[in-house]
Design a binder for this molecule. Structure first.
Ligand code: TGC
Ligand code: FAD
Length: 392
Protein backbone atom coordinates (compact mmCIF):
# COMPACT_ATOMS: atom_id res chain seq x y z
CA UNK A 1 0.00 0.00 0.00
CA UNK A 2 1.35 3.40 -1.02
CA UNK A 3 1.10 6.46 1.25
CA UNK A 4 -1.26 9.10 -0.12
CA UNK A 5 1.12 11.97 -0.88
CA UNK A 6 -1.44 14.10 -2.69
CA UNK A 7 -1.19 17.84 -2.42
CA UNK A 8 -3.52 20.32 -4.09
CA UNK A 9 -2.50 22.40 -7.08
CA UNK A 10 -3.62 26.01 -7.32
CA UNK A 11 -1.83 27.57 -10.29
CA UNK A 12 -3.96 30.72 -10.40
CA UNK A 13 -4.19 31.33 -6.62
CA UNK A 14 -7.82 30.35 -6.51
CA UNK A 15 -7.56 29.99 -2.74
CA UNK A 16 -7.53 33.79 -2.55
CA UNK A 17 -11.13 33.69 -3.78
CA UNK A 18 -12.25 31.20 -1.12
CA UNK A 19 -13.37 32.04 2.42
CA UNK A 20 -11.63 30.65 5.50
CA UNK A 21 -14.68 28.42 5.97
CA UNK A 22 -14.33 27.00 2.46
CA UNK A 23 -10.68 26.15 3.09
CA UNK A 24 -11.42 24.58 6.49
CA UNK A 25 -14.14 22.37 4.99
CA UNK A 26 -11.93 21.32 2.10
CA UNK A 27 -8.90 20.62 4.28
CA UNK A 28 -10.94 18.61 6.80
CA UNK A 29 -12.37 16.49 3.98
CA UNK A 30 -8.89 15.98 2.52
CA UNK A 31 -7.45 14.83 5.86
CA UNK A 32 -10.34 12.45 6.45
CA UNK A 33 -9.97 10.98 2.97
CA UNK A 34 -6.21 10.50 3.40
CA UNK A 35 -6.63 8.86 6.78
CA UNK A 36 -9.75 6.74 6.29
CA UNK A 37 -10.26 6.12 2.59
CA UNK A 38 -6.97 6.16 0.71
CA UNK A 39 -5.63 3.12 2.60
CA UNK A 40 -8.62 0.96 1.62
CA UNK A 41 -9.89 2.33 -1.70
CA UNK A 42 -7.95 0.01 -4.00
CA UNK A 43 -9.19 -3.02 -2.10
CA UNK A 44 -12.78 -1.73 -2.26
CA UNK A 45 -12.48 -1.27 -6.02
CA UNK A 46 -10.98 -4.73 -6.44
CA UNK A 47 -13.77 -6.27 -4.35
CA UNK A 48 -16.38 -4.22 -6.24
CA UNK A 49 -17.97 -3.14 -2.97
CA UNK A 50 -18.68 0.23 -1.42
CA UNK A 51 -17.04 0.35 2.04
CA UNK A 52 -20.15 1.01 4.11
CA UNK A 53 -18.19 1.67 7.29
CA UNK A 54 -17.25 5.05 5.72
CA UNK A 55 -20.84 6.31 5.86
CA UNK A 56 -20.63 7.68 9.39
CA UNK A 57 -17.44 9.57 8.56
CA UNK A 58 -18.99 11.02 5.41
CA UNK A 59 -21.82 12.32 7.60
CA UNK A 60 -19.33 13.79 10.07
CA UNK A 61 -17.39 15.77 7.44
CA UNK A 62 -20.70 17.21 6.22
CA UNK A 63 -20.75 15.42 2.86
CA UNK A 64 -24.46 14.57 3.07
CA UNK A 65 -26.61 17.57 2.18
CA UNK A 66 -24.07 20.26 3.07
CA UNK A 67 -26.37 23.01 1.75
CA UNK A 68 -29.51 21.67 3.44
CA UNK A 69 -30.55 24.05 6.27
CA UNK A 70 -29.44 23.15 9.78
CA UNK A 71 -33.06 22.83 10.97
CA UNK A 72 -33.25 19.64 8.86
CA UNK A 73 -29.87 18.31 9.96
CA UNK A 74 -27.83 19.75 7.07
CA UNK A 75 -24.80 21.99 7.49
CA UNK A 76 -26.38 25.11 5.91
CA UNK A 77 -23.30 25.69 3.76
CA UNK A 78 -23.07 27.36 0.37
CA UNK A 79 -22.71 25.79 -3.06
CA UNK A 80 -18.95 26.31 -3.26
CA UNK A 81 -18.54 24.32 -0.04
CA UNK A 82 -20.59 21.53 -1.61
CA UNK A 83 -18.37 21.67 -4.69
CA UNK A 84 -15.17 21.55 -2.67
CA UNK A 85 -16.41 18.53 -0.71
CA UNK A 86 -17.24 16.69 -3.94
CA UNK A 87 -13.81 17.61 -5.33
CA UNK A 88 -12.01 16.15 -2.32
CA UNK A 89 -14.06 12.95 -2.39
CA UNK A 90 -13.63 12.36 -6.11
CA UNK A 91 -9.93 13.15 -5.76
CA UNK A 92 -9.89 9.78 -4.03
CA UNK A 93 -12.56 7.94 -6.03
CA UNK A 94 -15.59 8.81 -8.18
CA UNK A 95 -17.62 6.12 -6.40
CA UNK A 96 -17.03 7.78 -3.03
CA UNK A 97 -18.26 11.07 -4.49
CA UNK A 98 -21.22 9.29 -6.07
CA UNK A 99 -22.40 8.03 -2.72
CA UNK A 100 -22.28 11.53 -1.29
CA UNK A 101 -23.67 13.37 -4.31
CA UNK A 102 -26.57 10.97 -4.80
CA UNK A 103 -27.46 11.29 -1.11
CA UNK A 104 -27.17 15.11 -1.21
CA UNK A 105 -28.48 16.14 -4.62
CA UNK A 106 -30.74 13.30 -5.64
CA UNK A 107 -32.28 12.20 -2.34
CA UNK A 108 -32.09 15.05 0.18
CA UNK A 109 -32.51 17.83 -2.39
CA UNK A 110 -35.88 16.64 -3.80
CA UNK A 111 -37.23 15.98 -0.30
CA UNK A 112 -36.09 19.43 0.82
CA UNK A 113 -37.40 21.19 -2.30
CA UNK A 114 -40.58 19.23 -3.02
CA UNK A 115 -41.35 17.29 0.17
CA UNK A 116 -44.02 18.04 2.78
CA UNK A 117 -42.90 19.37 6.17
CA UNK A 118 -43.62 15.93 7.62
CA UNK A 119 -41.43 14.22 4.99
CA UNK A 120 -38.61 16.69 5.61
CA UNK A 121 -38.73 16.12 9.38
CA UNK A 122 -38.92 12.36 8.98
CA UNK A 123 -36.18 11.78 6.41
CA UNK A 124 -33.69 14.66 6.19
CA UNK A 125 -32.03 14.44 9.64
CA UNK A 126 -31.42 10.69 9.26
CA UNK A 127 -30.05 11.18 5.74
CA UNK A 128 -27.73 13.99 6.91
CA UNK A 129 -25.95 11.76 9.42
CA UNK A 130 -25.94 8.73 7.15
CA UNK A 131 -28.16 6.75 9.52
CA UNK A 132 -30.19 6.24 6.36
CA UNK A 133 -28.81 6.04 2.85
CA UNK A 134 -31.05 6.78 -0.09
CA UNK A 135 -30.92 6.25 -3.83
CA UNK A 136 -32.53 7.90 -6.87
CA UNK A 137 -34.50 5.94 -9.43
CA UNK A 138 -34.94 7.72 -12.76
CA UNK A 139 -33.23 5.57 -15.42
CA UNK A 140 -35.07 2.50 -16.72
CA UNK A 141 -33.85 -0.41 -18.84
CA UNK A 142 -35.39 1.17 -21.96
CA UNK A 143 -35.22 4.85 -20.97
CA UNK A 144 -31.80 6.32 -20.17
CA UNK A 145 -31.15 9.58 -22.00
CA UNK A 146 -34.90 9.92 -22.52
CA UNK A 147 -36.30 9.67 -18.98
CA UNK A 148 -39.56 11.30 -20.05
CA UNK A 149 -40.45 8.02 -21.79
CA UNK A 150 -40.45 6.10 -18.49
CA UNK A 151 -43.00 3.33 -18.04
CA UNK A 152 -42.83 2.89 -14.26
CA UNK A 153 -46.26 3.96 -13.04
CA UNK A 154 -48.76 3.83 -10.22
CA UNK A 155 -52.50 3.68 -9.73
CA UNK A 156 -54.45 5.00 -6.75
CA UNK A 157 -55.92 2.64 -4.19
CA UNK A 158 -57.50 4.40 -1.20
CA UNK A 159 -54.82 6.05 0.95
CA UNK A 160 -52.11 4.26 -1.06
CA UNK A 161 -50.84 3.92 -4.59
CA UNK A 162 -49.77 0.67 -6.23
CA UNK A 163 -46.42 1.02 -7.98
CA UNK A 164 -45.16 -1.19 -10.82
CA UNK A 165 -42.05 -1.04 -13.01
CA UNK A 166 -38.27 -1.19 -12.79
CA UNK A 167 -35.30 1.14 -12.60
CA UNK A 168 -31.78 0.23 -13.61
CA UNK A 169 -28.23 1.48 -12.94
CA UNK A 170 -29.15 2.89 -9.55
CA UNK A 171 -26.21 3.98 -7.37
CA UNK A 172 -26.45 2.81 -3.73
CA UNK A 173 -29.61 0.79 -4.47
CA UNK A 174 -28.36 -2.53 -3.03
CA UNK A 175 -28.02 -1.19 0.51
CA UNK A 176 -30.15 1.98 0.57
CA UNK A 177 -32.93 2.17 3.15
CA UNK A 178 -35.10 4.24 0.81
CA UNK A 179 -35.40 5.36 -2.78
CA UNK A 180 -36.71 8.54 -4.37
CA UNK A 181 -38.46 7.06 -7.39
CA UNK A 182 -39.89 8.92 -10.37
CA UNK A 183 -43.05 7.35 -11.81
CA UNK A 184 -46.10 8.30 -13.83
CA UNK A 185 -49.57 8.61 -12.35
CA UNK A 186 -52.76 7.57 -14.11
CA UNK A 187 -52.71 10.77 -16.19
CA UNK A 188 -49.15 10.08 -17.29
CA UNK A 189 -47.71 12.91 -15.17
CA UNK A 190 -44.34 12.27 -13.45
CA UNK A 191 -44.20 12.42 -9.63
CA UNK A 192 -41.56 11.58 -7.03
CA UNK A 193 -42.34 8.86 -4.47
CA UNK A 194 -40.36 7.75 -1.43
CA UNK A 195 -40.19 3.96 -1.47
CA UNK A 196 -38.84 2.38 1.72
CA UNK A 197 -36.95 -0.88 2.08
CA UNK A 198 -39.25 -3.53 3.50
CA UNK A 199 -42.31 -2.48 1.49
CA UNK A 200 -43.71 -5.67 0.05
CA UNK A 201 -42.84 -6.25 -3.63
CA UNK A 202 -39.83 -3.87 -3.55
CA UNK A 203 -36.43 -5.45 -4.27
CA UNK A 204 -32.97 -4.05 -5.16
CA UNK A 205 -30.78 -6.66 -6.87
CA UNK A 206 -27.10 -5.79 -7.32
CA UNK A 207 -25.77 -5.27 -10.85
CA UNK A 208 -22.58 -7.24 -11.29
CA UNK A 209 -19.77 -7.15 -13.86
CA UNK A 210 -18.77 -3.46 -13.82
CA UNK A 211 -15.22 -2.51 -14.82
CA UNK A 212 -15.91 1.05 -13.73
CA UNK A 213 -17.04 2.74 -10.50
CA UNK A 214 -16.32 -0.52 -8.75
CA UNK A 215 -16.12 1.04 -5.27
CA UNK A 216 -19.78 2.07 -5.63
CA UNK A 217 -22.69 -0.36 -5.42
CA UNK A 218 -25.07 -0.21 -8.38
CA UNK A 219 -28.39 -2.01 -8.55
CA UNK A 220 -31.87 -2.28 -9.94
CA UNK A 221 -35.10 -1.18 -8.29
CA UNK A 222 -37.96 -3.57 -8.92
CA UNK A 223 -41.53 -2.67 -8.05
CA UNK A 224 -43.98 -5.52 -8.14
CA UNK A 225 -47.32 -4.14 -6.97
CA UNK A 226 -45.64 -2.13 -4.22
CA UNK A 227 -48.17 -0.42 -1.95
CA UNK A 228 -46.84 3.07 -1.17
CA UNK A 229 -48.79 5.42 1.14
CA UNK A 230 -49.90 8.61 -0.60
CA UNK A 231 -48.15 10.47 2.21
CA UNK A 232 -44.86 9.31 0.61
CA UNK A 233 -45.54 11.19 -2.65
CA UNK A 234 -43.55 14.44 -2.91
CA UNK A 235 -46.33 17.04 -3.17
CA UNK A 236 -44.29 20.03 -4.33
CA UNK A 237 -43.66 19.32 -8.01
CA UNK A 238 -44.84 17.20 -10.89
CA UNK A 239 -43.46 16.71 -14.42
CA UNK A 240 -39.99 15.89 -15.75
CA UNK A 241 -38.68 19.22 -14.45
CA UNK A 242 -38.74 17.70 -10.91
CA UNK A 243 -36.04 15.06 -11.47
CA UNK A 244 -34.18 17.27 -13.95
CA UNK A 245 -33.79 20.01 -11.33
CA UNK A 246 -32.19 17.43 -9.00
CA UNK A 247 -29.83 16.52 -11.83
CA UNK A 248 -28.76 20.15 -12.03
CA UNK A 249 -27.55 19.94 -8.45
CA UNK A 250 -25.80 16.59 -8.95
CA UNK A 251 -24.19 17.67 -12.24
CA UNK A 252 -22.85 20.76 -10.47
CA UNK A 253 -21.21 18.47 -7.88
CA UNK A 254 -19.77 16.28 -10.63
CA UNK A 255 -18.24 19.31 -12.38
CA UNK A 256 -16.26 19.93 -9.17
CA UNK A 257 -15.63 16.26 -8.50
CA UNK A 258 -14.06 15.65 -11.89
CA UNK A 259 -11.44 18.30 -11.08
CA UNK A 260 -10.51 16.23 -8.04
CA UNK A 261 -9.91 13.11 -10.14
CA UNK A 262 -7.89 15.16 -12.64
CA UNK A 263 -5.81 16.72 -9.85
CA UNK A 264 -4.97 13.30 -8.41
CA UNK A 265 -3.83 12.02 -11.82
CA UNK A 266 -1.77 15.15 -12.46
CA UNK A 267 -0.25 15.11 -8.97
CA UNK A 268 0.72 11.44 -9.35
CA UNK A 269 2.20 11.94 -12.83
CA UNK A 270 4.12 15.07 -11.81
CA UNK A 271 5.72 13.34 -8.82
CA UNK A 272 6.51 10.19 -10.78
CA UNK A 273 8.09 12.17 -13.61
CA UNK A 274 10.61 13.76 -11.24
CA UNK A 275 11.48 10.44 -9.59
CA UNK A 276 11.68 8.17 -12.65
CA UNK A 277 15.00 8.28 -14.53
CA UNK A 278 15.58 7.14 -18.10
CA UNK A 279 18.52 7.93 -20.37
CA UNK A 280 20.35 9.33 -17.35
CA UNK A 281 17.87 11.97 -16.21
CA UNK A 282 14.37 12.37 -14.74
CA UNK A 283 11.70 11.90 -17.42
CA UNK A 284 10.32 15.29 -16.25
CA UNK A 285 13.25 16.80 -18.15
CA UNK A 286 12.03 15.54 -21.54
CA UNK A 287 9.96 17.96 -23.60
CA UNK A 288 7.32 15.39 -24.49
CA UNK A 289 6.57 14.67 -20.83
CA UNK A 290 6.57 18.38 -20.04
CA UNK A 291 4.02 18.93 -22.80
CA UNK A 292 1.71 16.44 -21.13
CA UNK A 293 2.14 17.95 -17.66
CA UNK A 294 1.88 21.56 -18.85
CA UNK A 295 -1.30 20.82 -20.76
CA UNK A 296 -2.77 19.00 -17.77
CA UNK A 297 -2.29 21.92 -15.38
CA UNK A 298 -3.59 24.32 -18.06
CA UNK A 299 -6.82 22.34 -18.47
CA UNK A 300 -7.24 21.85 -14.72
CA UNK A 301 -6.80 25.58 -14.11
CA UNK A 302 -9.39 26.47 -16.77
CA UNK A 303 -11.83 24.00 -15.21
CA UNK A 304 -11.18 25.40 -11.72
CA UNK A 305 -11.96 28.94 -12.89
CA UNK A 306 -15.08 27.81 -14.75
CA UNK A 307 -16.36 25.88 -11.79
CA UNK A 308 -15.71 28.54 -9.18
CA UNK A 309 -17.66 31.03 -11.29
CA UNK A 310 -20.46 28.48 -11.63
CA UNK A 311 -20.41 28.13 -7.83
CA UNK A 312 -20.83 31.88 -7.47
CA UNK A 313 -23.79 31.80 -9.89
CA UNK A 314 -25.34 28.88 -7.96
CA UNK A 315 -24.92 30.83 -4.74
CA UNK A 316 -26.73 33.78 -6.35
CA UNK A 317 -29.42 31.41 -7.66
CA UNK A 318 -28.81 32.48 -11.27
CA UNK A 319 -26.89 29.52 -12.77
CA UNK A 320 -28.80 28.06 -15.71
CA UNK A 321 -29.18 24.33 -16.40
CA UNK A 322 -27.30 24.86 -19.65
CA UNK A 323 -24.35 26.44 -17.82
CA UNK A 324 -24.23 23.45 -15.48
CA UNK A 325 -24.33 21.06 -18.46
CA UNK A 326 -21.43 22.85 -20.10
CA UNK A 327 -19.33 22.59 -16.95
CA UNK A 328 -20.17 18.91 -16.33
CA UNK A 329 -19.34 18.00 -19.92
CA UNK A 330 -16.15 20.02 -20.08
CA UNK A 331 -14.73 18.95 -16.74
CA UNK A 332 -15.42 15.23 -17.03
CA UNK A 333 -13.96 15.15 -20.53
CA UNK A 334 -10.95 17.11 -19.26
CA UNK A 335 -10.45 14.66 -16.37
CA UNK A 336 -10.73 11.61 -18.61
CA UNK A 337 -8.17 13.01 -21.05
CA UNK A 338 -5.83 13.83 -18.18
CA UNK A 339 -6.21 10.31 -16.74
CA UNK A 340 -5.25 8.84 -20.13
CA UNK A 341 -2.21 11.13 -20.51
CA UNK A 342 -1.11 10.70 -16.89
CA UNK A 343 -1.22 6.93 -17.25
CA UNK A 344 1.22 7.19 -20.11
CA UNK A 345 3.64 9.29 -18.06
CA UNK A 346 3.91 6.34 -15.67
CA UNK A 347 4.65 3.87 -18.44
CA UNK A 348 3.88 0.30 -17.36
CA UNK A 349 3.50 1.38 -13.74
CA UNK A 350 0.48 3.38 -14.87
CA UNK A 351 -1.61 0.24 -15.15
CA UNK A 352 -0.88 -0.90 -11.60
CA UNK A 353 -3.12 -0.49 -8.57
CA UNK A 354 -0.15 0.89 -6.68
CA UNK A 355 -1.14 4.18 -8.36
CA UNK A 356 -4.68 5.58 -8.63
CA UNK A 357 -4.66 6.61 -12.28
CA UNK A 358 -6.10 3.53 -13.96
CA UNK A 359 -8.91 3.38 -11.38
CA UNK A 360 -9.73 7.05 -12.01
CA UNK A 361 -9.68 6.44 -15.74
CA UNK A 362 -12.09 3.54 -15.49
CA UNK A 363 -14.35 5.45 -13.08
CA UNK A 364 -14.51 8.45 -15.38
CA UNK A 365 -15.92 6.24 -18.14
CA UNK A 366 -19.05 6.04 -15.96
CA UNK A 367 -18.97 9.69 -14.99
CA UNK A 368 -18.91 10.75 -18.64
CA UNK A 369 -22.07 8.67 -19.18
CA UNK A 370 -24.17 9.14 -16.06
CA UNK A 371 -26.01 12.32 -15.15
CA UNK A 372 -26.46 12.90 -18.87
CA UNK A 373 -24.00 11.57 -21.42
CA UNK A 374 -21.28 13.67 -23.01
CA UNK A 375 -23.40 13.84 -26.19
CA UNK A 376 -26.60 14.81 -24.38
CA UNK A 377 -24.82 17.72 -22.68
CA UNK A 378 -23.48 18.87 -26.02
CA UNK A 379 -27.05 18.87 -27.35
CA UNK A 380 -28.20 20.87 -24.31
CA UNK A 381 -25.55 23.51 -25.13
CA UNK A 382 -26.51 23.31 -28.80
CA UNK A 383 -30.15 23.96 -27.96
CA UNK A 384 -29.21 26.81 -25.64
CA UNK A 385 -27.10 28.66 -28.18
CA UNK A 386 -29.19 28.03 -31.31
CA UNK A 387 -32.72 27.71 -29.99
CA UNK A 388 -33.19 24.48 -31.97
CA UNK A 389 -33.63 21.13 -30.19
CA UNK A 390 -31.69 18.30 -31.84
CA UNK A 391 -32.81 15.61 -29.34
CA UNK A 392 -35.69 14.26 -31.38
P1 TGC B 1 -37.72 18.73 -22.09
O1 TGC B 1 -38.95 18.76 -22.92
O2 TGC B 1 -36.52 19.50 -22.51
O3 TGC B 1 -38.05 19.15 -20.59
C1 TGC B 1 -39.15 18.59 -19.88
C2 TGC B 1 -39.51 19.56 -18.76
O4 TGC B 1 -38.41 19.69 -17.86
C3 TGC B 1 -37.95 21.07 -17.84
N1 TGC B 1 -36.48 21.00 -17.75
C4 TGC B 1 -35.83 21.23 -16.62
N2 TGC B 1 -36.24 21.59 -15.41
C5 TGC B 1 -35.32 21.74 -14.45
N3 TGC B 1 -34.02 21.52 -14.66
C6 TGC B 1 -33.55 21.14 -15.88
N4 TGC B 1 -32.24 20.88 -16.07
C7 TGC B 1 -34.47 20.99 -16.94
N5 TGC B 1 -34.37 20.61 -18.25
C8 TGC B 1 -35.62 20.63 -18.73
C9 TGC B 1 -38.45 21.66 -19.14
O5 TGC B 1 -38.57 23.05 -19.04
C10 TGC B 1 -39.78 20.97 -19.29
O6 TGC B 1 -40.70 21.57 -18.38
P2 TGC B 1 -42.27 21.63 -18.74
O7 TGC B 1 -42.86 22.37 -17.57
O8 TGC B 1 -42.35 22.37 -20.05
O9 TGC B 1 -42.74 20.22 -18.83
O10 TGC B 1 -37.35 17.19 -21.87
P3 TGC B 1 -36.87 16.11 -22.93
O11 TGC B 1 -37.76 14.93 -22.72
O12 TGC B 1 -36.75 16.70 -24.30
O13 TGC B 1 -35.42 15.71 -22.38
C11 TGC B 1 -34.41 16.65 -22.30
C12 TGC B 1 -33.07 15.99 -21.89
C13 TGC B 1 -32.62 14.98 -22.91
C14 TGC B 1 -32.06 17.11 -21.82
C15 TGC B 1 -33.17 15.37 -20.50
O14 TGC B 1 -34.17 14.47 -20.40
C16 TGC B 1 -31.89 14.81 -19.99
O15 TGC B 1 -31.17 15.54 -19.30
N6 TGC B 1 -31.52 13.49 -20.24
C17 TGC B 1 -30.38 12.86 -19.60
C18 TGC B 1 -30.88 11.92 -18.52
C19 TGC B 1 -30.01 11.93 -17.32
O16 TGC B 1 -29.17 12.78 -17.11
N7 TGC B 1 -30.22 10.96 -16.43
C20 TGC B 1 -29.51 10.91 -15.22
C21 TGC B 1 -30.09 9.85 -14.31
S1 TGC B 1 -29.52 9.99 -12.63
C22 TGC B 1 -27.92 9.53 -12.70
O17 TGC B 1 -27.34 9.31 -13.69
C23 TGC B 1 -27.27 9.42 -11.40
S2 TGC B 1 -25.60 8.96 -11.48
C24 TGC B 1 -25.25 9.47 -9.93
C25 TGC B 1 -24.01 9.11 -9.38
O18 TGC B 1 -23.74 7.91 -9.09
O19 TGC B 1 -23.22 10.06 -9.14
P1 FAD C 1 -28.64 5.62 -23.86
O1 FAD C 1 -29.63 6.68 -23.53
O2 FAD C 1 -29.14 4.34 -24.41
O3 FAD C 1 -27.57 6.23 -24.85
C1 FAD C 1 -26.68 5.44 -25.62
C2 FAD C 1 -25.89 6.36 -26.54
O4 FAD C 1 -26.80 7.08 -27.41
C3 FAD C 1 -25.13 7.44 -25.76
O5 FAD C 1 -23.89 7.68 -26.37
C4 FAD C 1 -26.00 8.67 -25.89
O6 FAD C 1 -25.26 9.88 -25.82
C5 FAD C 1 -26.58 8.46 -27.30
N1 FAD C 1 -27.86 9.18 -27.46
C6 FAD C 1 -29.02 8.99 -26.79
N2 FAD C 1 -29.96 9.85 -27.19
C7 FAD C 1 -29.38 10.63 -28.14
C8 FAD C 1 -29.81 11.73 -28.94
N3 FAD C 1 -31.04 12.24 -28.81
N4 FAD C 1 -28.94 12.26 -29.83
C9 FAD C 1 -27.68 11.78 -29.95
N5 FAD C 1 -27.20 10.75 -29.23
C10 FAD C 1 -28.05 10.18 -28.33
N6 FAD C 1 -29.46 6.52 -13.20
C11 FAD C 1 -30.30 6.83 -12.19
O7 FAD C 1 -31.47 7.12 -12.40
N7 FAD C 1 -29.86 6.80 -10.89
C12 FAD C 1 -28.59 6.47 -10.57
O8 FAD C 1 -28.22 6.48 -9.38
C13 FAD C 1 -27.68 6.13 -11.63
N8 FAD C 1 -26.42 5.71 -11.34
C14 FAD C 1 -25.61 5.25 -12.34
C15 FAD C 1 -24.39 4.67 -12.03
C16 FAD C 1 -23.58 4.16 -13.03
C17 FAD C 1 -22.29 3.48 -12.67
C18 FAD C 1 -23.97 4.30 -14.39
C19 FAD C 1 -23.07 3.80 -15.48
C20 FAD C 1 -25.19 4.86 -14.70
C21 FAD C 1 -26.03 5.33 -13.70
N9 FAD C 1 -27.30 5.84 -13.99
C22 FAD C 1 -28.17 6.17 -12.96
C23 FAD C 1 -27.83 5.80 -15.35
C24 FAD C 1 -27.30 6.92 -16.26
O9 FAD C 1 -27.89 8.13 -15.94
C25 FAD C 1 -27.59 6.51 -17.70
O10 FAD C 1 -26.72 5.45 -18.00
C26 FAD C 1 -27.42 7.66 -18.68
O11 FAD C 1 -28.40 8.65 -18.46
C27 FAD C 1 -27.45 7.20 -20.13
O12 FAD C 1 -28.48 6.33 -20.39
P2 FAD C 1 -28.22 4.92 -21.13
O13 FAD C 1 -27.07 4.27 -20.46
O14 FAD C 1 -29.50 4.20 -21.19
O15 FAD C 1 -27.73 5.32 -22.57
Amino acid sequence: MRTDLYQGHDYFNMDDLLTEEHKLIRDAARSWVKQEVSPIIEEAAENCKFPQHLIQGLGEIGAFGPYIPEEYGGAGLDQISYGLLMQELERCDSGLRSTASVQSSLVMYPIWKYGSEEQKQKFLPKLATGEWIGCFGLTEPDHGSNPGGMVTSYVEDGDDVILNGAKMWISNAPFAQMAVVWAKNEEGRIHGLIVERGMEGFSTPTMKGKWSLRASDTGELIFDNVRVPKSNILPGRSGLGGPLSCLDSARFGIAWGAIGAALDCYDTALRYSTERHQFGKPIAGFQLQQKKLAEMITEITKAQLLTLRLGQLRNEGTATSAQISLAKRNNVDMALNIAREARQVLGAMGIMNEYPIMRHMMNLESVITYEGTHDIHLLITGLDVTGFSAFK
